[in-house]
Ligand binder design. Structure first.
Ligand SMILES: NC(=O)c1ccc[n+]([C@@H]2O[C@H](COP(=O)([O-])OP(=O)(O)OC[C@H]3O[C@@H](n4cnc5c(N)ncnc54)[C@H](O)[C@@H]3O)[C@@H](O)[C@H]2O)c1
Length: 256
């Protein structure tokens, strides 16, 4: 079997200090890429870099605010100057906010749109000149939440639906430049937002049990399960794949 090889350049990951973003950084490094680990939380980005260095990879941590278009452009240029040609972008930065739509504040709505949707747009737009040169690839982060209803999740699910629609549209826009654009759409992942939700529950074990029932494969995804799919989409192994959302959900969607 052919190995996944990303050794021809650098992969830039927003939210690289997070659970899924961090795992994507590590797996991209394992596939040979240099990795720009960009996150609002610089300490978390540095922790991801340490994991990459521990496996002999090359990574640099960058503080970034994806809601700020200029900042995203500047950080990306700096990463290219320091790590070399960019061949991939992963937009993992996001926030989770939940609550009944009747109580949704205007500011709360704007905040989540700003990170999850505007942030994805800013990173993709900034990456276009770099990826046009390298004929690189983009992977956005969708979710099964984009396809189904979720209790008290109106704002979050709206952002994930928007990210998927954006992904499909941009795939067409950027195909003439030789840039492929796809999404990974995880089910429940054992980390990040799931742990955030569990920390607010009286009995978090209930959620683990529910996950067992909801996914055909009887468990949540690990962040690495999602990372493996993202890294494959970035690689030449997926050379004819664009404009798709790859479910990494252990059968969650077909079980519904
Ligand atoms: N955890 C799940 O079950 C799950 C399921 C489906 C999809 N996802 C998606 O996966 C992605 C990662 O989620 P996660 O669960 O790993 O969460 P996470 O909180 O571990 O990671 C999100 C990262 O984004 C960073 N971030 C937040 N605001 C930012 C900003 N303004 N600028 C730059 N970085 C910012 C955070 O610091 C954090 O490191 C998200 O897009 C999420 O929607 C998660």
């Amino acid at each position: 079997m052919k190995q996944i090889d990303l050794s021809r350049g650098m992969v830039f990951v927003t939210g690289g200090g997070g659970s899924i973003g961090g795992a994507i950084c590590v797996e991209a490094a394992r596939a040979g890429a240099k990795v720009a680990v960009a996150d609002f939380n610089l300490d978390a980005a540095k922790a991801t870099c340490e994991k990459i260095e521990a496996i002999g990879g090359t990574a640099l941590a960058y503080e970034i605010d994806v809601t700020n278009r200029n900042n995203v452009g500047e950080v990306m240029k700096k990463a290219v100057a320091e790590l070399g040609e960019m061949i991939g972008l992963v937009t993992g930065a996001a926030v989770l906010r939940t609550g009944p739509v009747a109580d949704q504040s205007e500011q709360g709505w704007r905040d989540i749109m700003s990170v999850n949707v505007d942030g994805t747009f800013h990173a993709v737009q900034a990456a276009v000149p770099h990826l046009s040169e390298s004929k690189g690839a983009i992977v956005t982060l969708g979710s099964v939440s984009a396809f189904i209803g979720s209790d008290e999740g109106a704002a979050y699910t709206t952002t994930k639906g928007a990210v998927l629609s954006f992904t499909y549209a941009v795939a067409g826009d950027l195909a003439p430049r030789g840039i492929r654009v796809n999404a990974v759409s995880p089910g429940w992942v054992d980390g990040g937002f799931t742990h955030q939700a569990m920390s607010q529950m009286e009995n978090p074990e209930e959620l683990v049990e529910t996950a067992r029932r909801m996914h055909y494969l009887g468990r949540m995804a690990t962040p690495t399960d999602v990372a493996n799919a993202a890294v494959w989409l970035l690689s030449d192994q997926a050379a004819f794949v664009t404009g798709t959302s790859l479910l990494v959900d252990g059968g969650y969607m077909v079980k519904h």
